[in-house]
Design a protein around this ligand. Structure first.
Ligand SMILES: *Cc1c(COP(=O)(O)O)cnc(C)c1O
Length: 380
């Protein structure tokens, strides 16, 4: 059996057609019908205007600038996340302030947020914005988060890079805050090889982001610029891949969930290994199948399990290292942090590709059982 990677691209079949069209019409730049089509079809799916970008990170950068984040500002941010949630805060010369997770969702703890905002209101140092992350395919508990932020008029950007297809109380991830960013990086639930999307109910914001993303060139043929822009647009070829991938998004969600639940059921007689909680308020895509290892009960530490799987040709990874523990953000302020630290210490992401065959899934299951010294169970 070949080595099993953590999460790989999975084409649906119609992507090539959009690419071929781009080639035959020579639409091989950041202009072309696939870009407008991808944005239109994404908007139709989410119900809010969208602008396609070169990456999820650039979408976050544009979104924070739309919220008025400037040098010297502070921006609240979930600590348990990938660095791309926080780095754009620094791109703008602002400083992130990190907030701990709720162990029931692994996402931003609304109670920690409430206390942090109260504290900041008291010292008249409210943050310019909040970046709230929807981790591994599950939305943060947005009602209490938005209620707290609305009370202090702190705008909210959702980092929905990992949560395309997830819902919260019936509404799609990315339509809950003022703005949201998605990623189509190669390891995400759908991919354009690299790309992103910024969405907002505020169409003027989305249009402004599109302007900034195309070098902020003023109207007319002269190369005149009144504002600072970026080269952040997606290419027409990659947008074509995105159009094809959108067709299979619901299927990919189904497949990723099925893998997570197959693992969960196969480990139900193993002590000390538990699937990331599935909050009752929404649909968790389980973009990555993520488990907590209790070393005492499981008989092996998280790191020992990763090493054992590696020897068996299986790639697994620790949960994200929290931002407040990163050398890059040493000295950044953090409210709480112990919960995220513990999730990082005990959390493991197992192979989760939607293209994972039943035999490959069985191999992962067998090797986890073997590592835990629990007999392999033969079932359907
Ligand atoms: C992948 C990811 C991003 C960045 O997206 P890119 O498209 O790789 O720039 C941002 N935030 C989170 C939480 C991510 O997982």
């Amino acid at each position: 059996m070949n080595r099993i990677p953590l999460s790989v691209p999975h084409m649906g079949g119609t992507e090539q057609q959009f690419i071929d069209e781009a080639f035959s019409a020579n639409w091989l730049s950041t202009v072309g019908p696939n870009i407008a089509g991808f944005e239109r079809e994404f908007e139709a799916r989410l119900g809010v205007p969208a602008v396609a970008t070169a990456s999820g990170t650039s979408a976050i950068h544009l979104g924070l600038r739309l919220l008025g984040v400037q040098a010297g500002d502070e921006v609240f941010c979930s600590t348990l996340t990938f660095a791309a949630s926080a780095n754009p805060i620094r791109y703008l010369g602002a400083e992130p302030v990190f907030l701990d997770s709720d162990c029931r969702t692994w996402n931003l703890d609304p109670a920690v947020l409430r206390r942090a905002l109260e504290h900041r209101a008291g010292t008249k140092t409210l943050p310019r914005a909040l970046v709230v992350v929807h981790l591994y395919g599950q939305c943060a508990d947005m009602d209490p988060i938005l209620e707290a932020c609305n009370r202090y008029r702190v705008p909210v950007l959702e980092d929905a890079a990992e949560a395309l297809g997830a819902t919260y109380r019936g509404r799609p991830a990315g339509t809950l805050g003022h703005l949201a960013a998605f990623s189509f990086n190669g390891n995400k639930i759908i991919t354009t090889t690299g790309g992103g999307m910024l969405v907002s109910a505020n169409r003027a914001w989305v249009d402004k982001a599109r302007f900034w993303a195309t070098q902020a060139r003023d109207p007319g043929i002269a190369y005149e610029h009144s504002e600072l822009g970026y080269n952040y647009r997606i290419s027409n070829v990659l947008a074509g891949i995105g159009r094809g991938q959108l067709h299979v998004l619901d299927l990919r969600v189904k497949q990723r969930r099925a893998i997570a639940f197959r693992y969960r059921d196969a480990f139900d007689d193993l002590p000390g290994i538990t699937l990331m909680p599935q909050a009752a308020y929404g649909l968790h895509t389980n973009w990555l199948s993520t488990f907590l290892i209790d070393e005492e009960e499981f008989g092996l530490s998280r790191n020992q399990l990763i090493a054992a799987l590696d020897r068996a040709g299986i790639e697994s990874r620790p949960v994200w290292k929290p931002m407040h523990l990163q050398p890059l953000y040493a000295g950044a302020r953090c409210y709480g942090g112990a919960v995220a630290k513990d999730l990082y210490r005990c959390g493991i992401c197992l192979p989760s590709s939607s293209s994972l065959t039943p035999a490959e899934q069985s191999h992962v299951i067998d090797q986890v059982r073997l590592a835990a010294a629990v007999p392999i169970r033969r079932s359907a």
